[in-house]
Write a protein that binds this ligand. Structure first.
Ligand code: NAD
Ligand code: TYD
Length: 354
C-alpha cells in the first residue's frame, strides 16, 4: 500500500540506512526527511538521493510545531518513523539539556502534530517511535530484556528515551493514536558517526591513534547490523499490532574488548599492520570508565520472530567485515564529518591522545 512517510532524523546513522532501504524497496512510498542537521546529521550521506522523485528533504526541528503543521498538511503525511534524537550516552552525561529538549519535548511535539492532523483519518495511519534497549537498564550476567521488562533507565540519554516511550504509549491509550514502539539493541554499519565505539575504533585505528576502552572492557552489548534493524522497522510498520512494542536484537553479545580486538585484527589484515610486527592491538588503551556505565544489554527478540517472522539476516562476522570495508572505502565521508565541532568534542572527551 502506498504511503507518505515522514522520517525524522533521516540524516543520522540509522535514518540514512532506512531511507536508502525505503527508496530501493518501496517504489510507491513518498519519503519526507525532516532533520535539524545537528553535529550527527550529514546531508552528504543522502547526496545520491537528492533528485529522487520520491524523496524530499526539509531542514527543521521536531520541536517546531508550526513547521510540523505545515508538513503534515502540505505533504499529507500518513506515516511517521521517528528516529530524531540526541543519541550518544557520553554527550548526555556532559550535557543532558539537549536530550530532554529533543527526545522528550520533540517527541511530545511530534505526537501532538500527529494527533491533530490524523484525527478521524482511520486505520491506515501509523506512528512508529524508534527506541532503544537502554530504557530497560543494565542486566547481570544472565537474562534478557523482553517487552515486559520493567523500565529502569540509568543515563540521561536512556531516561529521555524512556520518557518518550511513555509519552508515545500514553498517546495510544489516551487518544487512540496508532502508535508502534521498537526497542533495539546497539546498531553498527555504514554511516555511523565516529564517536560511537565501532566507527571510533576504525577511524583511530586507521590513523594509528589510541583506542580508548572504558573501564575493564568487559561491558557487553548485543550488536545488530543496521540493515537488519531497518528491515525490522519496515516489518513492524506493515504488520505490527497498534499499541504494541517490539524488541529487536541480534542475539550477538560481545564484550567491548572482544569487539575492539576483532576490529584491530580486521584492520591489520585489510589495511596492513601499523609497522612490521606491530598489531593495532598495541593501540588499545584502558581509560576511565563512563559514569554509571551499564554493564550488559541483551535482547530477547522472540516476539519479532514469532509474531512478525523477522530474524536478523546478517551474522556478526559478515556485518563487521562489510562495515570495515565500508569505512576503508569511504574515508572521504569520515573526513567530512570529523570537522571542527567533532574535533572540539573529541578533545573534551579524550584530550590530546593523537
Ligand atoms: P544519530 O545521532 O546518528 O542521528 C540522529 C539524527 O537526528 C541526526 O541526523 C540529527 O541531525 C537529527 N536530530 C537531532 N535532533 C533533532 C531535532 N530536534 N529535530 C530534527 N532532527 C534532529 O542517531 P542514530 O544512531 O541514527 O539513532 C536514531 C534513533 O534510533 C534514535 O532515536 C536512537 O535513540 C535510536 N536507536 C539507536 C541505536 C543505535 O545503536 N544507534 C539503537 C537503538 C535505537
Ligand atoms: P557506544 O557506541 O557509545 O554505545 P552505547 O553506549 O549506546 O552502548 O558505546 C558502546 C560501548 O563501548 C559502551 O559500553 C561504551 C564503550 N565505549 C568504549 O569503551 N570506548 C569508547 O571510546 C566509546 C565511544 C564507547
Amino acid at each position: 500500500m502506498a504511503k507518505t512517510v515522514l522520517v525524522t532524523g533521516g540524516c543520522g546513522f540509522i535514518g540514512v540506512n532506512f531511507i536508502h532501504l525505503l527508496l530501493a524497496e518501496k517504489p510507491d512510498w513518498q519519503v519526507i526527511n525532516l532533520d535539524k542537521l545537528t553535529y550527527a546529521g550529514n546531508l552528504h550521506s543522502l547526496a545520491d538521493l537528492s533528485s529522487h522523485p520520491n524523496y524530499t528533504f526539509i531542514k527543521g526541528d521536531i520541536c517546531d510545531s508550526p513547521l510540523l503543521d505545515q508538513i503534515f498538511i502540505e505533504q499529507q503525511i500518513d506515516t511517521v518513523v521517528h528516529f530524531a534524537a540526541e543519541s550518544h550516552v557520553d554527550r548526555s552525561i556532559t550535557g543532558p539539556a539537549e536530550f530532554i529538549q529533543t527526545n522528550v519535548f520533540g517527541t511530545f511535539t511530534l505526537l501532538e502534530a500527529a494527533k491533530k492532523h490524523w484525527s478521524g483519518q482511520g486505520e491506515h495511519c501509523r506512528f512508529l517511535h524508534v527506541s532503544t534497549d537502554e530504557v530497560f537498564g543494565s542486566l547481570g550476567q544472565t537474562g534478557f530484556f523482553t517487552e515486559e521488562t520493567a523500565y529502569d533507565p540509568r543515563s540521561p540519554y536512556s531516561a529521555s528515551k524512556a520518557s518518550s516511550d511513555h509519552l508515545a504509549r500514553a498517546y495510544f491509550h489516551t487518544y487512540g493514536l496508532p502508535v508502534l514502539i521498537t526497542n533495539c539493541s546497539n546498531n553498527y554499519g555504514p554511516y555511523q558517526f565516529p564517536e560511537k565505539l565501532i566507527p571510533l575504533v576504525l577511524n583511530n585505528g586507521l590513523h594509528g591513534k589510541e583506542l580508548p576502552v572504558y573501564g575493564d572492557g568487559g561491558n557487553v552489548r548485543d550488536w545488530l547490523y543496521v540493515q537488519d534493524h531497518c528491515e525490522a522497522i519496515v516489518r513492524v510498520l506493515e504488520q505490527g499490532r497498534i499499541g504494541q512494542s517490539y524488541n529487536i536484537g541480534g542475539h550477538n553479545e560481545k564484550t567491548n574488548l572482544q569487539v575492539v580486538e576483532l576490529l584491530c585484527d580486521l584492520l591489520d589484515a585489510q589495511a596492513g599492520p601499523l609497522a612490521a610486527n606491530k598489531s593495532r592491538r598495541s593501540l588499545i588503551t584502558f581509560v576511565k570508565d563512563r559514569l554509571g556505565h551499564d554493564r550488559r544489554y541483551a535482547i530477547d527478540a522472540s516476539k519479532m520472530a514469532n509474531e512478525l517472522g523477522w530474524l536478523p539476516k546478517v551474522t556478526f562476522a559478515q556485518g563487521i567485515a562489510k562495515t570495515v570495508d565500508w569505512y576503508l572505502a569511504n574515508q572521504a565521508w569520515i573526513a567530512s564529518v570529523t570537522d571542527g565541532s567533532y574535533q572540539h568534542y573529541y578533545q573534551k572527551m579524550y584530550g590530546d591522545r593523537s
